[in-house]
Ligand binder design. Structure first.
Ligand code: F3S
Length: 279
């Protein structure tokens, strides 16, 4: 009987950097994060106790008179930076450098006259942030049918949300390469995501049950669940140990565990220790 914990489970580099940044700023007066720093209510509540408030909209940002605003790893549109500067607020930028790189790519592409296609989930904050750095025509797609409404005879730059499913992205690239002669494809999927997805899939293929730990609102965790369910019917999606009925695992011989990029280590350890106990 065996429990296999994915090496890539938990905080990625960008999320760790952002969370560490907020803990460093906590304790100062009037510290805000623009959106919850990560999709994890435990961490957000802990920071609230330390005085860090979350602002959730441009309107709430406009209402601030003083203080420090921290941008989370997902990044934000250019207009949010401009507003923070206009209001004379202090800006602490914890945008993941890999996301920031996409902002620069799409900004340059727009300035050079390219239309931009972002492959990703339209309403995800990272995608909205990337869109907010586009200076010309921009389209957001997540499946092949959405190419239909786009004029692919124009010079085009195509980028991806950092957490998009690598295989789906490859399929979409194959399609656009057949339809368009003037497209620059930049694979901006983060390696951390690709490695996490590949490892999760390979563990899920080899175990009797798979546990994916992460917040219900975390898009990268949802994608992990999707990948694991394809490889292992017996996949459980939990936020914390409380969501897991360990009795369901009593009849299995091998269990795999992975976790999304915003799942803190203490939650992963707690799940791992409790699953080991029943074996
Ligand atoms: Fe950055 Fe990749 Fe994490 S883009 S926030 S290191 S998943």
């Amino acid at each position: 009987m065996e429990v296999i914990l994915a090496k890539t489970a938990g905080f990625c580099f960008g999320v760790k950097r952002a969370v560490d940044t907020v803990y460093k700023e906590a304790g100062k007066k009037n510290v805000y994060t623009y959106g919850p720093i990560i999709h994890n209510s435990e961490v957000v509540n802990d920071l609230k106790k330390k005085g860090v408030e979350v602002i959730n909209s441009r309107e709430e940002l406009e209402a601030l008179e003083e203080g420090t605003v921290i941008i989370r790893s997902h990044g934000v549109a250019r207009e949010i930076y401009d507003l923070i500067h206009e209001k004379g607020l202090e800006l602490v930028d914890a945008t993941c450098p890999f996301v920031r790189k996409i902002h620069k790519i799409v900004e340059k592409a727009g300035n050079d006259g390219d239309q931009v296609i972002i492959v990703g989930s339209e309403h995800h904050p990272e995608v909205q942030g990337i869109k907010g750095w586009c200076t010309g025509e921009v389209h957001i797609i997540s499946d092949a049918e959405q190419f239909e409404g786009i004029d692919l005879n124009k010079p085009t730059t195509l980028v991806s949300q950092t957490t998009f499913n690598y295989k789906k992205f490859q399929d979409l690239v194959e399609i656009i390469m057949k339809k368009s002669y003037d497209v620059s494809v930049l694979n901006t999927i983060c390696n951390a995501t690709k490695e996490r997805q590949t490892e999760a899939e390979s563990i899920a293929e080899s175990v009797d049950a798979m546990i994916v730990i992460g917040d219900k609102h975390s898009s990268n965790t949802q994608k992990l669940v999707e990948i694991c369910r394809k490889a292992c019917d017996n996949t459980y999606y939990i936020q914390t140990l409380d969501d897991l009925n360990v009795n369901q695992l009593r009849s299995v011989e091998t269990v795999g565990i992975t976790a999304g990029a915003s799942t803190p280590n203490n939650i992963i350890e707690e799940v791992q220790n409790n699953v080991r106990i029943i074996f």
